[in-house]
Design a protein around this ligand. Structure first.
Ligand code: GFB
Length: 316
């Protein structure tokens, strides 16, 4: 990628897309292309084709997706599968049709089987049943990986895929119904502190384990791969994570401590736990020469500060 290459960031207002945009700008890339949802509906094939035909982006970061936490995924499975399939199919096909040089598709660690051996290697894809709470989303993301693979195979395109672990950071969604666990707990502990509530309710048993990567590290990894590698170097796709996880109980204690909340933690066992563990094997990524820099504690402190500075005008 040259500093003046035409680079399209699909999903530039989302948590990941906005981090990719910030990072590209800070590295001196000058020709960034983006459209808001109202300017371009990515589920509409005609609109996407017209956009690619007129703009002809050379490089594409496919970070647009319908995303959400465990409750949103299990409540709106039709929207999660339909919107994600449409966005991926439209962009990947248009990138092929209008000769994009390279595309990076963002998947998710939920593509792996619910009971996959840990840590999960890229080869475990499609070796077992998926986790029920996010099957619709996972099927759409698996389709995206395979779209890239088969377009490369048949048409000789250069479309890479990356599978991030659970991400968090600035511009996250702090809505308690639809968010992931990290922003939900930051908000719950903060509001309990401010309102002097005696307890904070955590969903599920607290025993599932999750791995978390700060979105600025994720953006850095995506750009590193786009700058330095091609599809043929990635053996279909690459996991992006830290290789370390912790239980939801341990996460809750850490956030409680950072926020400075003094009350109790209680568990609502009527809410789902989801997959018991999903730790990524990151040896392929390390072999390509990239490692994260932001520790979990630093990342949560930064995100809490961002929440305090911004939450009034954000999505919560
Ligand atoms: O982050 P999360 O919603 O999604 O939940 P997944 C992770 C764990 O945290 C689950 C627990 O065991 C939740 O029950 N948890 C505890 C909470 N308290 C809360 C809370 O207040 N809010 C939320 N949201 N969780 C998602 C998938 O799975 O991960 C997506 O549904 C996607 O498809 C994403 O792949 C990365 O990690 O279980």
């Amino acid at each position: 990628m040259l500093k003046n290459s035409k680079i399209y960031i699909a999903g530039h207002r989302g948590m990941v897309g906005s981090a990719i945009k910030r990072n590209l700008e800070s590295r001196g890339y000058t020709n960034l292309l983006h459209r808001t949802h109202s300017e371009l509906d990515l589920t509409d094939q005609w609109q996407v084709n017209e956009f690619f035909e007129s703009e002809k982006p050379e490089f594409v970061f496919l970070a647009a997706a319908k995303v959400g936490g465990i409750l949103a995924n299990s409540t709106y499975p039709a929207q999660f599968i339909y919107e994600n399939l449409m966005i991926e199919a439209n962009i990947i096909n248009a990138a092929y049709k209008y000769n994009a040089k390279k595309l990076l598709f963002l998947g998710s660690s939920c593509i792996y089987p619910k009971f996959a051996p840990q840590p999960m290697k890229e080869e475990y894809l499609l070796t077992g049943e998926l986790e029920g709470t996010n099957e619709a989303y996972a099927i759409a993301k698996i389709a995206g990986i395979r779209l890239c693979k088969h377009y490369n195979q048949q048409y000789g395109t250069n479309f890479m895929s990356v599978m991030p672990t659970n991400l968090y950071g600035q511009n996250d969604n702090f809505n308690l119904e639809t968010s992931h666990v990290m922003p939900a707990l930051i908000r719950k502990f903060h509001e309990a502190k401010i309102n002097a509530k005696p307890e904070v309710v955590i969903w599920g048993t607290g025993s599932p384990k999750r791995e978390f990567l700060h979105v600025d590290d994720m953006a850095d990894a995506c750009i590193y791969l786009m700058e330095n590698y091609d599809y043929s170097d990635t053996a279909e796709f690459v996991n992006i994570g830290t290789g370390k996880d912790l239980s939801i109980k341990e996460l809750a204690k850490m956030i409680k401590d950072i926020v400075g909340y003094k009350g109790e933690i209680v568990y609502d066992r009527t809410k789902p736990d989801g997959t018991p563990r999903k730790l990524l094997d990151v040896s392929r990524l390390h072999g390509l020469g990239w490692r994260g820099k932001i520790t979990l504690r630093e990342g949560i402190e930064q995100t809490y500060k961002w929440y305090l500075d911004n939450h009034k005008d954000k999505r919560s």
